[in-house]
Design a protein around this ligand. Structure first.
Ligand SMILES: [Zn+2]
Length: 136
């Protein structure tokens, strides 16, 4: 039997992000006072400490800032995914997101490669934003 993967912890600050994912939209917080786009979601803007925030839709396009290929599953639920790629993706709007690079041979992954969001229907109605090589 396959072990269940741990779901993301959703709280008042992150709910709007995960609601967007269910609708297959990447949404980020934008500070209404200074315009800073941020991720992960937080109550205050890290630049000006304003709590005035709106959600904006991101394109889903970005570039790999860095990545690691996992050959060991530190949680048994990920054993069948090995080897898998964990990547830091710089979205074209600015925020950096931690996710998985999918549809890509681990040997072909590279820093700077163009990627686009690839939605992964998870358990319990969750939809996880993962990334694949752009145009793949
Ligand atoms: Zn701000």
């Amino acid at each position: 039997m396959t072990k269940r993967k741990p779901p993301p912890k959703i709280n008042a600050d992150t709910k709007a992000f995960w609601d967007g994912c269910r609708e297959r939209e990447l949404r980020f917080q934008k500070c209404e006072d200074c315009g800073h786009l941020r991720h992960p979601p937080a109550f205050l803007c890290p630049h000006c400490l304003s709590s005035r925030t709106v959600m904006v839709k991101a394109s889903g396009r970005g570039r790999v800032y860095s990545y690691a290929v996992y050959h060991v599953a530190f949680d048994p639920a990920f054993q069948e995914d090995l080897p898998y790629i964990v990547a830091l993706v710089d979205l074209e709007e600015g925020p950096r997101i931690v996710s998985n690079l999918v549809g890509c041979d681990p040997g072909a992954a590279a820093c700077g490669m163009a990627v686009e969001v690839a939605w992964d229907d998870g358990e319990e109605g969750l939809c996880l934003p993962k990334f694949r090589p752009a145009g793949a």
